[in-house]
Each structure stands twice: as structure tokens, then as C-alpha cells.
Design a protein around this ligand. Structure first.
Ligand SMILES: Cc1cc2nc3c(=O)[nH]c(=O)nc-3n(C[C@H](O)[C@H](O)[C@H](O)COP(=O)(O)O)c2cc1C
Length: 185
């Protein structure tokens, strides 16, 4: 949990980490809901996730560049520090790598460090039942839960049936984080 409340003149910052799942184009819904709940929102996309979203529209909506690659040494940080993180959608790939401590994308680097920094984090998995049947997936969720990560309730869909028009409860990320972030909001 973040110890220091944000300065009175700045809103708390939510990072939305977007992975490469079929519903990713709808992430603007979560950004809108977060902004309505007084969050300043910065988006971090996985390199694959970047291809699923309208980067220009999101940058206009948030007022920040989307982060996807590491900055060069000496470059300024494009986003203010996070007070909370929502991973939505969270893919099979990123969930398993995160749980294993693999940090080969900027998004994973941020997520792996966030645990040690005590930043409240929620993840909304979106994957199919064939992916979810892999034994590594349950172990990953167990490990992430043991780290205090809050996991969304969306059930895996039938293989080949997911996509941008699927119903997805984006706001669940905010509902999960709410009890953890009262002190910073
Ligand atoms: C059209 C399309 C839809 C996909 N949907 C999903 C999905 O819903 N969930 C998932 O875990 N992977 C999905 N994948 C596979 C991921 O994109 C792939 O595993 C990718 O490497 C994940 O990268 P990331 O976790 O770094 O974002 C999809 C791939 C494509 C091409």
C-alpha cells in the first residue's frame, strides 16, 4: 500500500496495463470510468497489446504518451508514479510471466516491481478455456493472489469465441482496488 498520500494538488495516478487480448480495443471504457472516479490515468501496453488499441485516441483521452518500451537512460519518466495498477485485459502470457517473475516487457517490469513497492494492483484475466486448462495458469493465479494481487471474475470463454464485442466488466478493476486505495483518494 502506498504510504504517502498524493500532494493535495495532484490526483492519484492509476496505471492501466493493456495486454494483447481480443477485447483490448475497449479499454477506453475503463479509462473513462477511472477518470470519472477522479483518477489520473496513464496507459502501459505490452508490445503486442499496442497493436490492439487505438494509441492516438488513448493518448488524447489520458493526456500522456502510452508507454510500451523502456526509456533510455537519462530520458525523463513519461508518467507520474503509480498509486495503483489495473491490468486489463490480462493475458495468459503476461499473467504467467508476471507470476514467474519474468520481466521482458516494460509492462512486466512495472508489475514485478509494483509488488515490492506495495502498489495496490488488480488484474482482469481475459483468456479462453483451453489456455486456462494449462496447469501453469492456476499456479500463476495462486501465486499472484498470494502476492496480494486482486483477480477479476471473468470466466474463460470458449476457444475462438472471444473478441472485441464480448461483454467485459471493465469497471471491476476499480471495484477491486477501491478498498485498497481509500487512503490515497
Ligand atoms: C486476435 C487475437 C486475440 C487474442 N486474444 C487473446 C485473449 O483473449 N487472451 C489471451 O490470453 N491471449 C490472446 N491472444 C494471444 C496473445 O495475443 C499472445 O499470447 C500475446 O503474445 C500476448 O502478449 P502480451 O501478454 O505481452 O500482451 C490473442 C491473439 C490474437 C491474434
Amino acid at each position: 500500500m502506498t504510504e504517502e498520500p498524493p500532494a493535495p494538488d495532484r490526483k492519484p495516478v492509476l496505471y492501466v496495463v493493456v495486454c494483447a487480448a481480443g477485447i483490448a480495443p475497449g479499454v477506453g471504457k475503463l479509462i473513462t470510468a477511472a477518470q470519472e472516479a477522479n483518477w489520473d490515468v496513464g496507459v502501459v501496453a505490452t508490445p503486442q497489446g499496442l497493436g490492439f488499441i487505438d494509441a492516438r485516441a488513448i493518448e488524447t483521452q489520458t493526456g500522456y504518451p502510452i508507454r510500451s518500451a523502456w526509456r533510455s537512460p537519462g530520458d525523463p519518466r513519461p508518467l507520474p508514479p503509480a498509486d495503483a495498477i489495473a491490468v486489463a485485459p490480462a493475458t495468459f502470457n503476461t499473467l504467467n510471466k508476471w507470476a514467474a517473475g519474468i520481466s521482458d516487457t516494460l509492462a512486466l517490469g512495472i508489475l514485478c516491481e509494483a509488488h515490492g513497492m506495495g502498489i495496490p494492483t488488480a488484474a482482469l484475466p481475459y483468456l479462453n478455456a483451453a489456455q486456462a486448462a494449462h496447469p501453469a495458469y492456476r499456479q500463476s493465479l495462486d501465486r499472484l493472489r498470494s502476492m496480494g494481487i486482486l483477480i477479476g471474475s471473468h470466466e474463460p470463454h470458449r476457444p475462438k469465441s472471444g473478441g472485441a464485442t464480448d461483454h467485459f466488466h471493465w469497471e471491476e478493476a476499480l471495484e477491486l482496488l477501491e478498498p485498497l486505495v481509500r487512503t490515497v483518494r
